[in-house]
Design a protein around this ligand. Structure first.
Ligand code: UDX
Length: 448
C-alpha cells in the first residue's frame, strides 16, 4: 500500500473507544493517529493549557504534520480532551499510559507518574479494560502497574495488561506512527492480543505478538542497539582523526554490507535526546539489578560522553582557553526538526565555555523557547549569522537545514577570530576555508 506522508492508513472497522493518558510526544501522536484511522480517542492531561491548544487543533509540541492531523481529528470530533481520567474511562476499551518515565538519580526510570495514573484507573474503572504501557518502563512493569490498579480498587479479572512500545523519532513522529516499521504487542492473554491487533488492523506493517516481558525488552534493546551503533562509529571517528582516515568513508564502506546497513552511522557530537540517554541508563540499571553484566552499555555511554568532551577539549585548545572568549553556537536542539533540548550537546558546550570564563551566543530555529525556560542565562539571537558577531569561534551543534546556506564570507567579516568547529560534519570544509576561516570537525579525512 502506498501512503502519503500526511495521511495515515485506511480507516478501521469497527472503531474502538480509546483513552490516551499523557499528551507528550508519544501520547499525543499516538492519540492523533489512532483518531485519524477512525477510532474515538480521548486524550488526557493534567495541564489544561496543553488541552486548550489541542482543542483548537494546534499541537503544544513542535512536530511535523501534527497540526494537520490534529485539526482534522478534532474538527470531526474523533479526538476530544479532558483532564479527568475518570471521564476518559467511560466506555473505554483500550487505555494507553503514555506519561513520562524520566531517569531518576540512579538511572532507574521514575515511575511516579505511571503510579498515580494507575491509582486513578483503579479507583474509577468499572468494566473490562486493556491497559497498555506505551511509556518505556522497566521489564516486569506490567505486573507492577496492574497491582497498583488493583490496590486502588479494581477487580483484577477485569484488567488485561499489554506492552506496546513505540519506536517513533522526534521530528518524524507522525510519519513513524502512521507508517511504523513494526507493531510489537506483548500480551498476557489471547483475547487482549486479538483486540490490539484489531485496533491496529488498518496499519500496513509486520505485527509481532509476544509475551509482555519480551515486548518491554524489545524497546530497550532497540534503542540501546541504535545508541551502540552511533557510539561505534564515533569510536571510529577518533581513530580517523589519529590516522588521517575519513569516517564518512568508513561508514559508507561498512554500511554497504547489508548485515550492517548504512543507517545510524553518522559520526558527530554523540547521541542525546529524550530516549537514548534514558534508555541506556535504564538498561544498565536493570542489568545490574538482575546480576547481568552491563559492561557493553557502560562503554557505549562512556564513548558518547568522551566524544563531546574531546570536541570541547579541541575547541579550548584551539582558542588557548575559554577565558574571555566568545563562542557562537549554531543550534540548540539535540537534533534537527525538533524543539527538544533534553541531553542536547549545545548545553554541555555552553556550560563548559561559561564555567571557564567565556561567553556564548546561540541560535536555534525551534528550540529557543524551551532553552529560554530551562536556561534563561543562555543568550540567544533570532538571526543565525548574529552568533558569529565578534565571536572567537563558531560551533555547528545541530545540523538544521537552515544552516546549509550560511554565507561564510559574511560570517568571516562578522567574526573576531577564525575558528569554525563543525560538530556534525555538515559544512563544506573548502567553502569555509575559502572565506579565510579555519575548519575543524569530527572524524578526520579533511586534513586537519
Ligand atoms: C530515538 C529512536 O530513533 C526512536 O526509535 C525511539 O522511539 C526514541 O529514540 P529520537 O531520540 O527522536 O528517537 O532521535 P534519533 O533520530 O534516533 O536520534 C537520536 C540521537 O542520535 C540524536 O542526538 C542524533 O543526533 C544522534 N544520531 C543519530 C547520531 O549522532 N548519528 C546518527 O547517525 C543518528
Amino acid at each position: 500500500m502506498t501512503r502519503s506522508t500526511t495521511q495515515a492508513v485506511g480507516r478501521v472497522n469497527p472503531k474502538m473507544k480509546v483513552a490516551v493518558i499523557g499528551t507528550g510526544y508519544v501520547g499525543l501522536v499516538t492519540g492523533a493517529v489512532l483518531a485519524e484511522v477512525g477510532h474515538d480517542v480521548v486524550c488526557v492531561d493534567r495541564d489544561q493549557s496543553k488541552l486548550d491548544k489541542i482543542d483548537n487543533g494546534v499541537s503544544p509540541i513542535y512536530e511535523a504534520g501534527l497540526n494537520e492531523v490534529l485539526s482534522d481529528v478534532v474538527s470531526t470530533g474523533r479526538l476530544v480532551t479532558t483532564t479527568s481520567i475518570e471521564e476518559s474511562l467511560k466506555g473505554c476499551e483500550v487505555l494507553f499510559i503514555a506519561v513520562g518515565t524520566p531517569s531518576g538519580p540512579d538511572g532507574q526510570p521514575d515511575m511516579s507518574q505511571v503510579k498515580s495514573v494507575a491509582a486513578e484507573i483503579g479507583k474509577h474503572v468499572y468494566g473490562p479494560l486493556i491497559v497498555v504501557n506505551k511509556s518505556t518502563v522497566p521489564i516486569g512493569s506490567a505486573d507492577v502497574v496492574k497491582s497498583w490498579i488493583v490496590e486502588a480498587g479494581a477487580n483484577a479479572d477485569t484488567i488485561s495488561m499489554v506492552s506496546n512500545p513505540e519506536f517513533l523519532r522526534e521530528g518524524s513522529a507522525v510519519k513513524d506512527t502512521q507508517q511504523p516499521s513494526r507493531i510489537v504487542i506483548g500480551a498476557s492473554d489471547e483475547a487482549s492480543a486479538d483486540k490490539m491487533k484489531e485496533l491496529y488492523d488498518s496499519f500496513d506493517c509486520p505485527v509481532l505478538v509476544t509475551d509482555v516481558a519480551s515486548a518491554e525488552l524489545i524497546k530497550y534493546a532497540s534503542n540501546c542497539f541504535l545508541a551502540t551503533k552511533i557510539s561505534f562509529i564515533n569510536a571510529m571517528s577518533h581513530l580517523c582523526e589519529l590516522t588521517g582516515a575519513n569516517v564518512d568513508s568508513i561508514a559508507e564502506g561498512m554500511g554497504l554490507d547489508d548485515r550492517i546497513g548504512p543507517k545510524f552511522l553518522g559520526a558527530g557530537l554523540g547521541w542525546g535526546g529524550s530516549c537514548f540517554p534514558k534508555d541506556v541508563d535504564a538498561l544498565i540499571q536493570i542489568s545490574e539489578s538482575l546480576g547481568a553484566d552491563p559492561g557493553l552499555l557502560r562503554e557505549v555511554k562512556g564513548i558518547n560522553q568522551a566524544q563531546t568532551s574531546r570536541f570541547i577539549d579541541r575547541l579550548r585548545d584551539e582558542l588557548g582557553g575559554f577565558e574571555g572568549k566568545k563562542v557562537g553556537l549554531f543550534g540548540l536542539a539535540f537534533k534537527p526538526n525538533t524543539d527538544d533540548i533534553r541531553d542536547a550537546k549545545s548545553i554541555q558546550i555552553f556550560k563548559a565555555v561559561t564555567r571557564e570564563g567565556g561567553s556564548v551566543l546561540a541560535h536555534d530555529p525551534a528550540a529557543g523557547d524551551y532553552a529560554k525556560a530551562d536556561h534563561p542565562e543562555l543568550p540567544q539571537t533570532d538571526i543565525p549569522l548574529e552568533v558569529a558577531r565578534d565571536a572567537d569561534a563558531v560551533v555547528l551543534v545541530t545540523e538544521w537545514k537552515q544552516y546549509n546556506d550560511i554565507d561564510f564570507s559574511e560570517m568571516a567579516d562578522l567574526m573576531k577570530g577564525d575558528v569554525v568547529f563543525d560538530g556534525r560534519r555538515h559544512w563544506d570544509k573548502a567553502a569555509v576555508e575559502a572565506a579565510g576561516l579555519r575548519y575543524f570537525t569530527i572524524g578526520g579525512g579533511t586534513g586537519d
